[in-house]
Write a protein that binds this ligand. Structure first.
Ligand SMILES: Cc1cc2nc3c(=O)[nH]c(=O)nc-3n(C[C@H](O)[C@H](O)[C@H](O)COP(=O)(O)OP(=O)(O)OC[C@H]3O[C@@H](n4cnc5c(N)ncnc54)[C@H](O)[C@@H]3O)c2cc1C
Length: 581
């Protein structure tokens, strides 16, 4: 039986030890050294998905291209978003970018260099200038390690391998969280003046993804159950180059450094889809191009014959030396997983679920919205789990690490100010702890007939098939029915492990429930958006419809159904126009 222990108190509890959570913690501690800040993560912070980021972080340092400007970065981002991004948030992102990158370097992040010693910058999809800073193709690794070291320097308390089960929200005010220690089954409530969610994305909703096993959308599901609407959940990014068949990411940096996409007829087919940008078109366009080539029978089979399920990413003309110095990790991945030497053989690739454009709606200070108007007291969010919204309907590569760092910092600063007038909230933790214990115990006692892995696989297959790169009304309706059946099955599972010491099966059962709620929110939001915009491509509504859908979706969860509402998009400098590359 999970045991209940004493309640803990902190000024701030940050759920998530990735780039967004860590950057916020550092900022609060810098501005308010006396604040008692804690970070809780279900993995060790260093194992957050941020560590896997490869290609880089965008900022107009102008080290390689002095014609670049923050305005150009902002325009590229808004155009990439298919005009759904909030332009005030994008302006802040682009203006702050050079400052946050220099600040990271001062913290100790080792960026790759130009021969004269300045930070190197490379080309990336949808960016009109070479502005992506990088550490070879291990950029997330370089940044996250330094940030976690800085947590220790700032005296931030870290609870690693604790699973947060829910935030405590009473009368529109966040007061703390309930968390479960994976090591020994201890349950604790944390009382805090501020709760910040930085729990990352939900790639595991799909059967093929570039994401970590821990990217299960917990923060999204928890927030939704607590009454927070989720914004723009229909916009799921499929990255064009997932290694076939595993789905592991081959960074866009590989194309940024000059690799080609080739179909079964040996053609660089991007010439037919984005002639001016070719392989460096934005991801939504490139993923659709690959899916269409495969559908038209111009894919490739494992034996090299035409008509198969993937296309080639061809690096051979780049030469071994450039491959090994600029993108060594991608070479290693293909070698390790498929025994391919990319210097002499092309890699098989196809789109893989990669990134969540939507999420918990926040303003530019990270305050969580409770609807079109107003905020929830004491609750903040940043990073991939949040939707501020700088990516709108489609994110540009290397803008997400940037978002985590810029909005992690701005949210941290806003929290530091907020603490001045905030008292420690009052609540009785007992009912929350007992409820959490009952949830866990009923899973341990369950005598159903389904295994977790079986229900999860069926659900992930359904999402990939019914809400993938291309969508239609009937496909999605059928998908939603199947997800509802999977939710019912998840009530009838059984676990082999009945213990409370390091019971990963129990954690997987909790994560599965979150995944399925997120899947329901994605499908319900996607069904209502009867247009095609960015990553949301409806074959039954192939055009963008600004008159009816230039607005953000807000999806409200309830056990009986999902209610869809909308809020306006903020447009400051760039009037929506047709998006061509
Ligand atoms: C393979 C890959 C490569 C990428 N490359 C790039 C790139 O080159 N450039 C770019 O800009 N973007 C890239 N991205 C996207 C970018 O890395 C992510 O969007 C970003 O790192 C997300 O950071 P985060 O802090 O929001 O969340 P994460 O880094 O995912 O961290 C989430 C944290 O929340 C914790 N957590 C989650 N649920 C719970 C819970 N219930 N209880 C307790 N803790 C919880 C986790 O343990 C973890 O610490 C890439 C993504 C992938 C998958």
């Amino acid at each position: 039986m999970p045991k209940i222990a004493d309640t803990i108190e902190h000024d701030v509890i940050i759920v998530g030890g990735g780039l967004a959570g860590c950057r916020a913690a550092v900022e609060i501690s810098r501005l308010k050294p006396d604040a008692d800040v804690a970070v809780v993560a279900k993995t060790h912070p260093i194992r957050s998905h941020s560590v896997a980021a490869q290609g880089g972080i965008a900022a107009t340092l102008k080290n390689v291209d002095d014609l670049d400007s923050w305005e150009a970065h902002a325009f590229d981002t808004v155009k990439g978003s298919d005009y759904l991004a909030d332009q005030d948030a994008v302006e802040l992102l682009a203006r702050e970018a050079p400052n946050v990158v220099i600040d990271l370097e001062h913290m100790g992040v080792l960026f790759s260099r130009l021969p004269d010693g300045r930070i190197a910058q490379r080309a990336f999809g949808g960016h009109s200038h070479k502005r992506t800073c990088y550490a070879a193709d291990k950029t997330g690794h370089a940044i996250l390690h330094e940030l976690v070291n800085n947590l220790r320097r700032c005296g931030v308390r870290v609870y690693d391998e604790w699973y947060v089960m829910r935030p405590i929200v009473e009368d529109g005010e966040a007061k703390g969280v309930v968390m479960y220690h994976i090591l020994d089954g201890e349950l604790r409530a944390v009382r805090a003046k501020v709760v910040m969610l930085a729990t990352g994305g939900y790639g595991r909703v799909f059967n093929t993804t570039s994401n970590d096993f821990a990217s299960t959308g917990d923060g999204l599901a928890m927030a939704a159950i607590a009454g927070v609407p989720l914004q723009d959940m229909e916009f799921v990014q499929f990255h064009p180059t997932g290694l076939y068949p595993v789905g592991v990411l081959i960074s866009e940096a590989v194309r940024g450094e000059g690799a080609y996409l080739i179909n079964g007829e040996g053609d660089r087919f991007m010439a037919n889809y984005a002639p001016s940008r070719m392989e460096l078109a934005p991801r939504d366009i490139t993923s659709r191009a690959i899916a269409l080539e495969i559908r038209a029978g111009r894919g490739i089979h494992a034996d090299g014959s035409p008509g198969g399920p993937f296309v080639y990413l061809d690096l051979r003309h780049m030469g071994r030396e450039k491959i090994m110095s600029r993108i060594p990790f991608c070479w290693e991945e293909a070698h390790r997983l498929l025994a391919i030497d990319a210097a002499i053989e092309p890699m098989p690739v196809r789109p893989t679920a990669h990134y969540s454009m939507g999420g918990i709606p926040v303003d530019t200070q990270g305050r969580v919205r409770k609807g079109p108007e107003g905020f929830i007291e004491g609750l903040f969010a940043a990073g991939e789990t949040a939707c501020v919204s700088v990516h709108g309907a489609n994110r540009l590569g290397s803008n997400s690490l940037l978002e985590c760092v810029v909005y992690g910092k701005l949210t941290g600063a806003a929290i530091a100010r907020y603490l001045d007038d905030r008292k420690q909230p009052d609540f009785d933790p007992t009912p929350y702890l007992e409820d959490a214990r009952d949830t866990l115990q009923s899973l341990l006692d369950a005598r159903g007939s389904y295994r977790i892995g079986e229900v999860r696989q069926a659900f992930q297959d359904c999402m990939s098939q019914h809400c993938g790169v291309f969508r239609t009304e009937s496909l999605m309706r059928e998908g939603l029915e199947q997800v509802e059946r999977a939710i019912a099955q998840a009530e009838q599972v059984y676990l082999d492990d009945k213990g409370t010491v390091w019971n990963t099966e129990l954690i997987e059962a909790l994560e599965l429930k979150n995944l399925m709620r997120v899947g329901q929110m994605i499908l319900s939001s996607a069904l209502e958006r009867r247009e095609s915009r960015g990553a949301h491509a409806r074959e039954d509504y192939p055009d963008r419809d600004d008159a009816n859908f230039l607005k953000h979706t807000l999806a409200y969860y309830s056990p009986t159904g999902i209610d869809i509402r909308y809020r306006p998009v903020t447009i400051t400098r760039f009037e929506p126009k047709e998006r061509k590359y």
